[in-house]
Design a protein around this ligand. Sequence first.
Ligand SMILES: Cc1cc2nc3c(=O)[nH]c(=O)nc-3n(C[C@H](O)[C@H](O)[C@H](O)COP(=O)(O)OP(=O)(O)OC[C@H]3O[C@@H](n4cnc5c(N)ncnc54)[C@H](O)[C@@H]3O)c2cc1C
Ligand code: SF4
Length: 455
Amino acid sequence: MGNPKAFLEIHRQEAGYRPIHDRIHDFGEVEQTLSTRERKLQASRCMDCGVPFCHWACPLGNKAPEWNDALYKGDWELAYRLLNSTNPFPEFTGRICPALCEKACVLNRFNHEPTTNREDECAITEMAFQEGFITPKTDIQRNGKKVAVIGAGPAGLAAANDLNLMGYKVTVFEKNEAAGGLLRYGIPNFKLNKAIIDRRISLLEAEGIEFCYGNAIALDDLAGLEKLASDYDSVVIATGTPTARDLKAPGRELKGVHFALEMLSQQNRVLAGMEFSKDERVTAKGKDVLVIGGGDTGSDCIGTAHRQGCKSVTQIEIMPKPVEGPEDPQNPWPNWPRTLKTTSSHEEGCTRRWNINTLEFLGKDGKLIGVKVQEIDWKPNPEGGRPIMVEKGKPEIIKAELVLLAMGFLKPEHPEYPKNVFVCGDSANGASLVVRAMASGKQTAQKVNSYLANK
Ligand SMILES: Cc1cc2nc3c(=O)[nH]c(=O)nc-3n(C[C@H](O)[C@H](O)[C@H](O)COP(=O)(O)OP(=O)(O)OC[C@H]3O[C@@H](n4cnc5c(N)ncnc54)[C@H](O)[C@@H]3O)c2cc1C
Ligand code: SF4
């Protein structure tokens, strides 16, 4: 710890976002950066606690006190080495991690001004790339064994990276035309520029990982999977959660009702240069948009709708409004507070409503024109478990020509696979976070290694 009193003298400073009028018309990253001096001052606020709750809260076990200290002292290379010792791709988490560590930071308990770990992580990694501290490792000793990884999302990439560095020959099979999973085809460019993914994939390729794109492996074809498992020493399944939760209300078939990812992935592809016919295009341009689902995917739809030129956006959620303010009495520090979150996309303009149930999609000539909704309430269930929904108020109609369903994803079910097949990331645990997917990928690489070592 460079400056033991820094947390008393220096306030938390976030880099903040580009002004709304500047960012709303483009898909460039919204987050700004601090100057090098300001960044080091932020790092100096870390108190190097005896019990680092940040380290406990981070699924990767990132050593924030250690790399914050190196950053404060200006040793960017050491800071990166420490960061990379637990986090294979800190340029991703540095941009889009909700930073479980910061909520668990003792300074959050003290005065709600935790360290800026996520931004520090991003700054360290960008400096490391800029200064040439990150170069491909080309002297990896090969052990003669080969592993197939199915899925090139953060879980598959983390597993592939660790296995490759352990000496396995790794081939990644990916159904899409490029790597990244939801990093590339879910998260909008205004949160994560896709050149950041390309830069890391080039490194992984230079280190010997082979990527086979446009290669969907049929997981329900057990015979095919068994063949793959016999062709390779081990197989890692990291295929995410491909099935979005649907809302089967009357009128679901109307033109204009889409899953969130239909819009988000298409927009990211458009920005990557792909073309779609007018009929295929899912766009908010000139439309009143209704986002159903109050979570982060819904928020990404709001930011995308603005950039596409929507007329208005409303976001509805069936659950009650979360508590406001920094503290969640139901889930106190150092746990993650389930409090109201206002993202950069919400700031750009949006009507947000809670306790709203969707009754029917309304259409004219096969096209969506509005959605019938009703305010509801939740009553405690006398038998315990999920509260009971009760109607409140009269049904009303929200005008909308585009509805985006952002209600989460179904957890995949897996049959019993051959013993040398392992499942990781969202595919194993259900929809979660990039940092959790990466941690799961790393743990699975260890399992594969132990299995093959003991075989
Ligand atoms: C819109 C959206 C925004 C999000 N924003 C954030 C955020 O800001 N921060 C955060 O931490 N998390 C966020 N998440 C969650 C995060 O993206 C996921 O938890 C994470 O990407 C899961 O990683 P994964 O590798 O397990 O799966 P995925 O990222 O889903 O990757 C799975 C990969 O497997 C491939 N695949 C699937 N089936 C096959 C097959 N049969 N054969 C070959 N390949 C296959 C897919 O094409 C994909 O590339 C967001 C999710 C969404 C949907
Ligand atoms: S990966 Fe996320 S939780 Fe872990 S240290 Fe970085 S910002 Fe914090």
